[in-house]
Ligand binder design. Structure first.
Ligand SMILES: [Zn+2]
Length: 347
């Protein structure tokens, strides 16, 4: 149940415009400047000729097939092809290459977790789907042309490099792939997994995250709701809520988690958790303060996403400070090891 909850709640936040799920007519092509040899098509055998001694294939990622549910059908593709579409959908291509590489490793790990350990009951015929609220966002090559326009060539080269430079690298804890969840931006600290989900995982614990309003668009933002809409929304979810004349009694008993996010509060006397509050009012995060006046309730939030695991903007800030992708990943995922995809598949 824990796994279902955690995986199903992964929020991917760079995907607002990619709900148009395209068919995967054309597989993504590796960049000719960076590919050491042509990537075989999905399901094909090893390259006929390899110049790498003792190597069975050019890329470890070529030897893992991922069944991806997108646009209502299941398409098998190589891990390499899939990851290019995930990294491109999940993180801006303008980010530093080390941040994109960290994203590629997180996405590879999350995918392996699905392929090897987690069997979806939502889509049993596919390892992953392209719905970011369930699995990870994925944009196919046609979608990337549409998204990037004239920048396509340079961006696809960069993203392909991020995937190939980290070929086969994944994150493990006690020899198993971790749930490498990530979010857009934090609020000074990331969240413990137990703040957001039912159970805590030892590698998803709160750490400092360096991004600030200088790095992140809308780092601090607000949602304003009229008093009547606020009341109606709460009553819709909690018909037992009571709103006395004194509006200062509408929102009470706010408690905070160790990372400074709203843990619990009472709305009209009913206990509600921070994540539920976030969902009810469409807040960008639970790192929120709340003000109530004669007309409105105003939520002011910092950061974007559930706050657990790697912060993408934080990863970019660390990369710009000179950290490499491994340093970024060990920053956000506590006590993890780097492992080879090939070894995990074999074991
Ligand atoms: Zn899914």
């Amino acid at each position: 149940m824990k796994k279902v909850l955690i995986v199903s709640l992964v929020l991917s936040v760079f995907t607002l415009t990619f709900s148009i799920l395209m068919s995967i007519a054309a597989p993504l092509k590796p960049d000719s400047k960076t590919a050491e040899s042509p990537a075989p098509a999905s399901g094909s055998s090893s390259p006929a000729v390899s110049t790498v001694p003792d190597a069975e294939y050019a890329f470890e990622d070529d030897h893992v097939t991922v069944r991806v549910l997108t646009d209502g059908k299941v398409t098998p593709m190589t891990m390499g092809q899939y990851l290019i579409g995930v990294v491109a959908a999940e993180m801006p291509a303008t980010f530093n290459i080390e941040a994109l590489e960290a994203q590629a490793v997180a996405a590879r790990t999350e995918t392996l977790y699905h392929v090897l350990l987690y069997k979806s009951t939502v889509h049993p015929d596919a390892d992953v789907c392209s719905d970011p609220s369930d699995c990870q966002a994925y944009t196919d090559d046609n979608g990337l042309h549409e998204k990037w326009g004239n920048a396509y060539s340079s961006y696809i080269e960069k993203i392909t490099k991020a995937v190939q430079n980290t070929d086969g690298v994944c994150l493990t804890y006690q020899n198993a792939p971790i749930q490498a969840v990530f979010h857009s931006s934090s609020a000074g600290m990331t969240a413990n997994s137990g703040e957001v989900w039912a159970n805590s995982l030892p590698y998803l614990v709160s750490v400092k995250s360096p991004e600030s309003s200088a790095d992140v668009p809308n780092y601090v933002s607000s949602v304003t709701v009229s008093l009547s809409d606020f009341k109606a929304t709460v009553l819709q979810h909690y018909p037992n809520a009571v709103f006395p004349k004194d509006r200062n009694k509408w929102i009470t008993a706010i408690t905070h988690t160790d990372s400074g996010r709203i843990d619990t509060l009472k709305l009209g006397g009913v206990s509600v958790t921070g994540p539920i509050l976030r969902g009810m009012f469409g807040l960008r995060s639970t790192a929120a303060s709340i003000a109530i006046d004669s007309k409105n309730v105003t939520f002011t939030t910092t950061g974007y996403g559930h706050g657990v695991g790697m912060s993408q903007y934080g990863a970019n800030a660390l990369a710009l400070e000179g950290k490499n992708y491994k340093e970024i990943l060990t920053w956000y995922y506590t006590g993890i090891s780097f492992s080879s995809e090939k070894d995990l598949i074999k074991s």
